[in-house]
Design a protein around this ligand. Structure first.
Ligand code: M6R
Length: 585
């Protein structure tokens, strides 16, 4: 939820830290701060706002020193204030710390520390870490890190700078990765924090502590035992994380979706076989995910039932503790996640694992925690997704789900993937018609999206995009449920989007459109076939393989949400109150 970065090397730290924070801002973006070490003291500058704005006000990138730490915050404990921004310092100003996660026992620790004479400057849970480190610092940095980590309950990734110029990191249930450059080290929540400087990474595991001291690196566990992890070459390239000609990452990522559906087809066949064999031999299949990835689980369930007569249950990850209660060694949990770091998803996996079940995963970040704890993991291969709203990762997940279904159900899908790529290209090129509809809808306060069968998850996904990007009340509804309640809401000034390609669901959904129109609402059709009932028609290409329609239906909805965000002067890349990777419960 927050991004953390540390640097110790031969170059000025502050400009590097500001640049890294800018690249990771999508992880959290209500406040920013940096601490550097120079000439024996630690300097801190921090404030509320986005990276460039805070940097402009405080000249963070001018701070002296070749050693430093930085943070962008997504508030959990304590309001969005300058004082609550990280880094947090201890009483003697000999330590500064940045933290991602939640310290569950912070109240108890805080009382203890206040009792021992410490004074707190913020309302955050994170500040206790700085004071605990300070207590143990007299025994050395290593001891301070070990003793502090042992006292913390909850989840944390920490980076700290000490008055002797040492940088340390620790990880428990939050990601932390070391970047190994020719002239220094990075400690970051994300490879994007240092990809511009190095593509060599060491992924820390839960319970690891690292110390970068005089340009050497030491890794050990919470008991102080040394640990060796390999250096991994990161597959992503710098070009993947630039906006290029686009005004926003979200727009770039929407436009990249032609390639997404192709790249998702490029799978390691041995891994694909392993994944499908585990799936095929399962007694019970559960599929889980959060947000957009949960909508993919619904499509996966549908595909398995329709083409393989395979029964699977979907569970929204945050509900898994109530739903995943009767798994065993013959069960399989398929976890779908772009980031592979979503706390709710990882909780579901732990729950399933504790019952002996196998874990399969579909991720975009192949170095993520989820990828590493799965029995088999497939990658959506769509490159870094920076926009907070999931776009290309969703169509990547769908494309991969089609692959898996086709492999499991013996070439059940009719047409070549290339046809889908062309169809996606056409939809992406047809943004003009969506922009016209967006102009009509810019003042709408309620938007309903209706679809049946495979199109219902797209109604849900479209509503999620409209909520998070355009801050408009939007609801996805199974079209057949209209008469069971939602029809009461249909009146003048209500907009209803019918997701209605010309397949077996078409006529029933057209009937719903008439019922809605008769109540005075405005009807928008997303379809390959026009109909008189539509006030506005967003045309999508006709597809021979009906199962592929969700991919071409969702893109106009992504574009619509993007356009409505622009009309409201909202920043589509960084929707208010949200973060890309939800690593807290
Ligand atoms: O990284 P994940 O796929 O696990 O993330 C799950 C959700 O947090 C994510 O899809 C979220 O709902 C997006 N902002 C939706 O656009």
């Amino acid at each position: 939820m927050c991004s953390i970065i540390g640097y110790k090397g031969k170059n000025a730290a502050a400009p590097i830290l500001v640049d890294s924070l800018k690249r990771m801002e999508y992880r959290g973006y209500d406040s920013v701060g940096v601490a550097t070490f120079d000439s024996g003291s630690i300097l801190v500058r921090k404030g509320t706002g986005k990276v460039l704005e805070v940097n402009r006000n405080l000249n963070i990138d001018q701070m002296a020193g070749k050693i430093g730490i930085g943070h962008t915050r997504w508030a959990t404990h304590g309001g969005v204030t300058d004082k609550n921004a990280h880094p947090h310092s201890a009483c003697k100003n000999d330590i500064a710390v940045v933290h991602n996660g939640i310290i569950e026992n912070y109240q108890e620790l805080k009382e203890e520390l206040i009792g021992a004479g410490h004074t707190f400057a913020s309302e955050t849970d994170s500040e206790v870490i700085a004071h605990l480190l300070e207590i143990h610092y007299s025994s050395g940095v290593k001891e301070a890190m070990i003793e502090t980590c042992k006292r913390l309950r909850g989840n944390f990734a920490i980076v700290a700078v000490f008055q002797d110029g040492t940088i340390c990191g620790a990880r428990y249930e939050e990601p932390l990765v070391i970047g190994v450059a020719n002239d220094g080290y990075f400690v970051s929540s994300d490879v994007l924090g240092f990809l511009e400087y190095t593509d060599k990474a060491i992924f820390l595991e839960n319970g690891d502590i690292c110390i970068v001291d005089n340009s050497k690196l030491e890794i050990f566990d919470f008991e102080g035992r040394p640990i060796a992890h390999p250096i991994t070459q990161v597959a992503w390239e710098l070009g993947d994380i630039d906006k290029g000609k686009y005004a926003h990452y979200t727009l770039k990522e929407i436009n990249e979706q032609r390639l997404t559906v192709v790249h998702a087809g490029r799978q390691d066949q041995a891994m694909m076989n392993k994944f499908c064999d585990i799936l095929a031999s399962a007694k019970d299949i559960y599929i889980t995910g959060s947000g957009t990835s949960y909508h993919s689980t619904l499509i996966f369930k549908h595909m398995l039932a329709r083409f393989g007569k395979i029964r699977a249950e979907t569970v929204v990850s945050s509900e898994s503790q109530y739903a995943l209660t009767s798994m065993d060694r013959n069960s399989v949990l398929v976890a779908i996640s772009q980031s592979g770091e979503t706390a709710d998803v990882l909780d579901s996996v732990r729950l399933a694992r504790n019952q002996g079940s196998k874990i399969l995963s579909i991720v975009n970040v192949t170095t993520s925690s989820l990828a590493r704890i799965s029995d088999a993991c497939l990658s959506t291969n769509c490159g870094p997704e920076i926009g907070v709203a999931a776009t290309k990762s969703f169509t990547g997940q769908l494309a991969l789900i089609y692959n898996i279904t086709d492999r499991l159900c013996e070439k059940c899908l009719e047409t070549e993937r290339a046809d889908l790529a062309v169809a996606v290209e056409n939809v992406v090129a047809n943004q003009g018609s969506v922009i016209k509809v967006a102009e009509q809808m810019k003042d709408a306060s309620d938007i309903y999206l209706l679809g049946r069968s495979l199109h219902y998850p797209i109604a849900l996904e479209g509503a999620l995009k409209l909520k998070e990007l355009a801050y408009v009340h939007a609801e996805g509804i199974a079209a057949g449920e209209l008469k069971h309640g939602p029809l009461a809401l249909m009146e003048k000034n209500t907009f209803v989007i019918m997701i209605n390609p010309h397949d077996a669901t078409f006529n029933d959904t057209i009937s719903n459109a008439h019922e809605i129109k008769a109540r005075g609402a405005t009807v928008v059709g997303i379809s390959d076939r026009n109909d008189d009932v539509y006030d506005y028609w967003i045309e999508i290409p006709h597809l021979k393989e009906e199962a592929y329609y969700p991919v071409v239906e969702v893109i106009p909805l992504q574009i619509l949400a993007y356009q409505l965000a622009l009309a409201k002067n909202a920043d589509p890349d960084y929707p208010r109150n949200l973060a890309k990777s939800v690593t807290v419960r």
